[in-house]
Design a protein around this ligand. Structure first.
Ligand SMILES: [Fe+2]
Length: 305
């Protein structure tokens, strides 16, 4: 059982990170369809707008009520987010609420003192609405994945990417459920399942990057593939530890070290995309998106930067 304050801070931290992730998943799907499937693009657009609205409400609740860790660790936004949104808007014509990004960058962390029951109620309503909206997005992603896997629909998003973002949506829902039950979402005994989850996600990020770089970017592709293999191994290690109740310390240390290296690679890559120094079909906001996920994972392992 967590305290009222813990519930508020954990909920707002989680929502600020994941609502933006869900909003961007909706965007990546929206711009990936062929003209035939404009109805699918339209549904994705509506998800994007609804997540943006919810993120805006979460941001309003978050001022003075989020952890200092969330704000300093570049999980909710990074130093590149505004620029990545601006360039992505330039390429696609899809509008991004830059003001919201600026508001998030200016948030203040929770101070001493007791938060009130009214805030707790508002945060719980936010959790429940985030759960509901994400459940709808999960249905949509499942429908899309089925159509793509059975060759009834074409999209420029890899099938594995659709599966990957589906997994993240379900993960978000699981943690929202724990929070409304007033269970902690960062218990030490759950760390290994988080590592199992995020090592797989990190490995897939590396593989997506390798596959979206221009074939002429041979050195970057090779580095990305290396990260893919490393995280495949780390995923297997985490799986073994979780199944056989072995000592987690080694896996955590290795995952931490490798995630820091991948974070640096993603950061340099995002900068390279923004400065037009890398040839690829990676939409700039995707670079920033996967960078934020690495920052989030580092924080889970106790290494908020
Ligand atoms: Fe991801």
């Amino acid at each position: 059982m967590i305290s009222q304050n813990e519930f508020i801070t954990m909920s707002l931290d989680l929502n600020l990170f994941f609502l933006r992730i869900m909003k961007e998943h909706s965007f990546f799907l929206e711009v990936g369809f062929t003209p035939r499937d404009k109805d699918m693009a339209e549904r994705a657009r509506m998800f994007r707008e609804r997540f943006e609205q919810l993120l805006s409400e979460a941001t309003a609740l978050a001022n003075g009520n989020v952890s200092a860790n969330l704000l300093t660790s570049n999980q909710a936004t990074t130093q590149y987010t505004l620029e990545a949104e601006r360039l992505t808007n330039f390429y696609t014509g899809v509008p991004f609420n830059l003001e919201l990004t600026r508001r998030e960058r200016m948030l203040r962390p929770t101070g001493p003192g007791v938060q009130d029951a009214q805030l707790e109620g508002e945060v719980e309503r936010l959790d429940r609405r985030a759960y509901q909206l994400t459940a709808e997005l999960v249905n949509y992603k499942e429908q899309l994945l089925r159509s793509v896997r059975t060759c009834n629909m074409f999209t420029v998003n890899y099938p594995l990417l659709i599966e990957h973002i589906l997994r993240e949506a379900r993960h978000f829902m699981n943690m929202l459920l724990m929070l409304v039950r007033r269970e902690s979402i960062n218990r030490p005994e759950d760390l290994i399942s988080q590592e199992l989850f995020w090592n797989r996600q990190m490995g897939e990020h590396a593989k997506f990057i390798a596959g979206l770089l221009d074939p002429s970017e041979e050195a970057l592709i090779e580095t990305a593939r290396m990260f893919g293999r490393e995280f495949d191994e780390l995923t297997v290690e985490a799986e073994q530890v979780s199944r056989h109740a072995m000592d987690i310390a080694n896996v955590t240390a290795n995952s931490l070290q490798e995630t820091e290296r991948l974070r640096d690679f993603k950061s340099a890559g995002t900068r390279g995309l923004l400065e037009c120094r890398i040839q690829s079909i990676i939409i700039p906001l995707l670079g920033d998106h996967v960078l934020r996920e690495a920052n989030h994972y580092l924080c889970i392992m106790g290494a908020c930067t």
